[in-house]
Design a protein around this ligand. Sequence first.
Ligand SMILES: [Zn+2]
Length: 191
Amino acid sequence: MNHIVRNTVIVVLALLLQQCTYSQSSTPPKLNTMDTSKKTNNPAYSHTEKGSVNLTDEQWKKILPADVYEVARNKGTERAWTSPLENLHEVGTYYCAVCGNPLFQSDTKFESGCGWPSFYKPISKSSIIYAADNSYGMERTEVMCGRCKSHLGHVFNDGPPPTHLRYCINGVVLDFEKAKEAEKNYKADKQ
Ligand SMILES: [Zn+2]
């Protein structure tokens, strides 16, 4: 009787071990080849979709990284001189980090000296929407993403020609893609 019990235990243990081995081999380590942290689990993110995005505040809070959420949905401001995009001079496109909407081309970016990425013209009229902002005792014009209405920054009248506008944008709500990568991804999206 005893040896039957012992044999059963051995068989069960062997089965368990086997299952263990299977479960380990069925989950290969994920390769992190590019920074997709901002887009993971974000169903709204697309560089080609044009339809407006209407998610609740609660949904955005779950989807977005905390620093992006704070600026985009709470109208926060990142600290000046903290964005790596402020000094970027690569040729490419700046997208809304919340929904992927194309916002600015690199050839409209300029050195404003204000500490935030600055542009003199958006990609198209519909890529940005505007609102009066009288907070903090100032009369400013707030700029938001034309697709998802996320807060981006403000626009001022002291920019360079030809528009004389300065779109002062929080870098944390911008995604930059070099021209060649953008073209590749655009084509992949269309397939
Ligand atoms: Zn957006």
